[in-house]
Design a protein around this ligand. Structure first.
Ligand code: PGD
Ligand code: PGD
Ligand code: 6MO
Length: 824
């Protein structure tokens, strides 16, 4: 495998750093013996101003009388997110979980009792001692009765930043001490791309540093945002957001560089750049790319030398492209019929891509669709045909829209974090983590419905375990997972469902045992700033004391581990501050070795609470420049060392839904599809004023909800044809489910496509009843729950068709934003 450049390494580390470097921390052995008892709370937060961090950026919180009263963005944030205004409310909102609660039937009759009453809000308040005892007992019972592969703790979700209170690592740390558990691999963001791209490029690619913005501004002549809305999605980061992409985007705009947005929606990004808007039918992008590729060949505009030197398998792809293998040449005209983009436009794109220094910057919606693997593979193939990969400002980029990819990386040490106590894995190996069994993350409902069934995943075969208990922390599956009604039915199979969150999410409402966690503003922690930039390390100081009876995730898991007789192994005798210092000190050792200025811990913590790092070599990073310079000495991590347009490894897998070269596959349903029943595509994109479902329970919702519901964007023509007016309550439906939404009539939508963003909280009219109406507008009532293909098994959250009508039923009350009655 080729050695990673610094920028690449940082990006590799950013999202999964705790996995890669967990072992190193242990080896460094910084943990000084603690003088404090485990779980001891730091002193009460005083009044004044506290700097802390969040997914939305760093901010200063003002505290008066022990209450957070206002927040202001960190003065060094170049583009603060408007979502910060919801953060304050998230601490005090009526959705806060105040006490441990147990579903009544569960408490009275035990595990598995009356699963029909899940989601009805019939809870009973219990003490913390009772709750911890119940959880520990059930973990033990399930393991003893059914073995280690009967408890699912693959708990996926966006939790909060912080290297200690990383609730998912903490859950798995406790589970590893107990015995074992069923894990999940991959994520919902890039499930298909992160499996296909290592075959094509030898690396995950989606979480790696991009050719940096200053180089793009200087050299790119044509910037193409393909299914990407970076102005919207760069608001947040996995760690504390740096927002470094925004100055880059502004400089590109100021320079007047030509920008094209290929998207069924005229996005905020298209408006920001005054971009040319090309609106294909959703899910047809591979056909569009093939039409462009065919034009490049037909008009001899492609770079044969690049293909020969840096790629393998083009000779096997070319006969498919030209129609020699299937009698269907993938001409611009062929593509036009599928995509609804005129053939002349497709040819014109081919001409302009070839003539200019072109950056193809793709988002991830493209691969959150059936056969999603093909999108990024074909885009790499197209970029290879253009021959600009490794040149400044040319090629492709799969993270310009995420966590400010392309913001130059600083010379920063790696910040370690709490580990799950399992074996640390590096690079792509985190995809197959520890656990008694592991499933691809988005197959969780399939697993519950089909114990013992064999499934394929990236060349391997495995069987679904028979799971009786699930423990979820830091995620909201009753919003994020597809096909809600299928999911609600599957969940009835569980004996026990434990949820640990700080708010009454739809998931918490479907739990048997609900444990109230603190927000990250009620505890101390430490985090990096910028997934790719790594521009600083920041103290996430406690702003206020825990609200109501909430406890830190660390303390909850330490208490459960304690009941299992494993508290010493869990805490290693360290307090919150001991851990935080140990992570900092490990970074300090690296910094000293590299002559990077960094104060001692005490000065850092009691001083400004931030240490910033300089940018030197990161400022002119060009992705794949080294490979281009010397493909023999700097080969890719693929079997051939080159870009694989044809993969022999995938050929060997023999899948009918992901062949050995990129290809157009007709999805089960799409706008204008040959067998598609419904007339509208439903875009389930990411929201401008939320992070998924986070902040949906706050006052911020009032700034965008329409008639109290999640908005449904619709083109004026589609609205008029259905008698729908702006502001009307509408019912969006298909064979899988139905939701209410509020109509926003706008010509920013392509005709035939409506948009309801993901992340709206599920509010079932009759909880547990198949097909019941969701009163607020959770779009995943409508999506389909199938894997992208047998290769990647990613989710298909963007493969939805359906219909919309003006709502004519009885008035409804949205209940999901207040706590269940017994919990108030
Ligand atoms: P979040 O709303 O971020 O969504 O799904 P995910 O489950 O990650 O959920 C995080 C939860 O963690 C919240 O309930 C929050 O309160 C809780 N939490 C935050 N901090 C803490 C903490 O410190 N402790 C504890 N205990 N809990 C905490 C996101 C997923 O949705 C993703 S990443 C993607 S990319 C998918 N996107 C789509 C899509 O494009 N289209 C559709 N149809 N569906 C999707 N679903 C996926
Ligand atoms: P999406 O909103 O799903 O975002 O980033 P990702 O790029 O996946 O889609 C981006 C664009 O693709 C949308 O404008 C949509 O209209 C378009 N699109 C959808 N389908 C198609 C199609 O078939 N063809 C074409 N050409 N375009 C299509 C998601 C990323 O965003 C992720 S994974 C996470 S976890 C974060 N989530 C959020 C969030 O919830 N809220 C904000 N504000 N920011 C985020 N950033 C991250
Ligand atoms: Mo995601």
């Amino acid at each position: 495998m080729t050695s990673l450049s610094k920028g690449e390494l940082r990006a590799e580390l950013s999202r999964r750093a705790f996995l890669h470097y967990g072992a190193a921390l242990g080896a460094l052995g910084f943990a000084a013996p603690s003088l404090l008892v485990s779980g001891a709370r730091a002193a009460t937060a005083p009044d004044g101003e506290v700097l802390t961090g969040s997914h939305w950026g760093a901010f200063r919180a003002k505290v008066e009388g022990g209450r957070m009263v206002s927040i202001a963005p960190w003065e060094k944030d170049p583009a603060p997110s408007h979502q910060l205004s919801g953060v304050l409310d998230s601490v005090y909102s009526p959705t806060r979980i105040k006490f441990p609660m147990v579903r009544r039937a569960y408490l009275e009759k035990g595990p598995g009792a009356d699963p029909e009453s899940r989601g009805t809000g019939d809870f009973v308040r219990v003490s913390w001692d009772q709750a911890i005892e119940l959880v520990a007992k059930e973990l033990t019972r399930v393991e003893k009765t059914y073995g280690p592969a009967a408890t699912f703790a693959g708990s996926y979700g966006w939790k909060s930043p912080g290297r200690l209170h990383n609730c998912q690592s903490l859950l798995r740390r406790m589970m590893n001490l107990k015995g074992s558990f069923v894990n999940a691999s991959g994520d919902y963001s890039t499930g298909a791309a992160q499996i296909i791209l290592p075959h094509v490029l030898g690396t995950l690619e989606v979480y790696e540093q991009q050719t940096v913005w200053p180089v793009v501004v200087d050299k790119t002549e044509l910037m193409v945002f393909w299914g990407a809305d970076p102005v919207l999605t760069n608001q947040i980061s996995w760690v504390v957001a740096d927002h470094g992409a925004y100055p880059g985007m502004k400089a590109l705009k100021d320079k007047g560089t030509k920008v094209i947005c290929i998207d069924p929606v005229r996005t905020g990004t298209a408006e920001f750049f005054g971009a040319e808007w090309i609106a294909p039918r959703p899910q047809t992008d591979v056909a569009l790319m093939l039409g462009i590729a065919h034009t490049l060949v037909a008009e001899k505009l492609y770079d044969e030398k690049f293909l020969k030197t840096y790629t393998t398998g083009f000779d096997k792809f070319l006969p498919y492209l030209m129609g020699e293998t299937d009698k269907t040449p993938k001409t611009a005209e062929w593509a036009a019929a599928i995509t609804d983009v005129p053939a002349d436009t497709i040819k014109d794109l081919a001409h302009r891509f070839a003539k200019n220094r072109t950056m193809l910057a793709a988002g991830w919606s493209l691969q959150r669709q059936q056969y999603g693997e093909q999108r990024h593979w074909m885009l790499v193939t197209l970029a290879a045909m253009l021959g600009q990969i490794g040149l400044p400002g040319g090629g492709f980029g799969f993270s310009y829209h995420y966590a400010s990819g392309g913001a130059p990386s600083a010379d920063a040490p790696v910040l370690t974090g709490i580990t799950d106590g399992g074996k640390a894995k590096e690079g792509a190996a985190w995809l197959t983590e520890s656990g008694a069994a592991s499933i691809p993350v988005a197959r969780v409902v399939d697993m519950l419905l089909n114990p013992g069934k064999e499934f394929d995943f990236n060349g391997a075969k495995a069987k679904y375990p028979d799971v009786k208990m699930a423990y979820w922390v830091g995620g909201n599956p009753f919003v994020h997972h597809q096909d809600r009604n299928r999911m609600v039915a599957a969940w009835k199979k569980l004996d026990t469902f434990v949820v640990q969150d700080f708010q009454w999410t739809p998931t918490a409402r479907f739990a048997d045992i609900v444990l109230p966690a603190t927000t990250s503003y009620e505890r101390n922690d430490i985090e990096s700033v910028g997934d790719y930039a790594g521009s600083a390390i920041i103290a996430m100081k406690k702003v206020v004391d825990p609200v109501f009876e909430s406890r830190n995730d660390y303390d909850i898991f330490a208490a459960i581990a304690g009941k299992l007789g494993k508290d010493k192994a869990f805490t290693e005798g360290k307090s919150e501050m001991d851990w935080i210092q140990s992570f900092y000190d490990a970074a300090l050792v690296q910094a000293k070795a590299k002559n990077i200025p960094m104060p001692e811990f005490d000065a850092f913590w009691s001083g400004t609470g931030v240490v910033e790092f300089p940018v030197t070599s990161g400022k002119d990073f060009v992705r794949y420049a080294k490979f281009r310079e010397d493909p023999l000495l700097e080969p890719l991590g693929t079997p051939s060392g080159r870009i694989e347009i044809y993969s022999k490894n995938i050929e060997k897998m023999g899948y009918d839904d992901c062949g050995p070269h990129p290809k157009w596959y007709e999805p089960a349903e799409r706008l204008g599809g040959p067998t598609t029943k419904y007339k509208l595509h439903i875009a389930a994109s990411h929201p401008k004023s939320r992070l998924h479902s986070q902040l949906c329970g706050t006052k911020l919702r009032e700034t965008y909800a329409i008639a109290g519901h999640e908005p449904c964007w619709i083109n004026p023509k589609d609205a008029a044809a259905r008698g729908i007016g702006d502001g009307d309550v509408v019912r969006v439906f298909n064979d899988r489910g139905q939701i209410l939404a509020g109509a926003k009539v706008t010509d920013a939508m392509r005709p035939g496509v409506i948009r309801v963003n993901e992340g709206g909280w599920y509010d079932p009219q009759e909880p547990g009843k198949p097909g019941t109406l969701c009163k607020y507008g959770d779009v995943n009532n409508l999506s389909m729950d199938v894997g992208t293909s047998r290769l990647g098994q990613g989710n298909c959250g963007h493969s939805i068709v359906g219909e919309v009508e003006k709502y004519a039923g009885p008035a409804v009350t949205v209940d999901v934003f207040t706590a269940p009655k017994p919990a108030v």
